[in-house]
Design a protein around this ligand. Structure first.
Ligand SMILES: [Zn+2]
Length: 119
């Protein structure tokens, strides 16, 4: 069967789009994790678990509820919205950098290993 050049091009594009969608989903998931981590940390530092309606938070003396009520509950905000965004972004990019470093290290190790067997 002859596959047209246009079909090949479109198939490659579909694959690229699928990869991009996967990468976007992974970015979103990581960002959501960073948001959660920062909010729980802020709430923990402020001792919000003491007044949280979730028993899990009061019992474990840290934000442990299924939702971030410790953070949401406030008599006063834990941090300005703008500052919180900066902290979250910093964490996000820190994680990405660590991932890239780990990736580069793994690649270097693999290259060194495959090089060891060579004459
Ligand atoms: Zn809580």
């Amino acid at each position: 069967m002859d596959i047209s050049r246009e079909d090949r091009r479109q198939l490659a594009e579909r694959r690229r789009n699928a990869e991009q969608a996967e990468a976007d989903a992974a970015s979103d998931a990581l960002y959501a994790q960073c948001v959660e981590e920062v909010k729980r940390e802020l709430a923990n530092d402020a001792g919000r678990f003491r007044i949280c309606p979730y028993k899990a938070c009061r019992r474990s003396r840290r934000c442990a509820g299924p939702q971030l009520l410790c953070h949401a509950l406030y008599r006063r905000p834990l941090m300005s919205f703008a500052l919180e965004q900066i902290v979250i972004d910093d964490l996000y990019w820190e994680v990405i950098e660590q991932e890239l470093e780990a990736e580069a290290e793994a690649e270097a190790e693999a290259a060194a290993e495959s090089g060891e067997g060579a004459p």
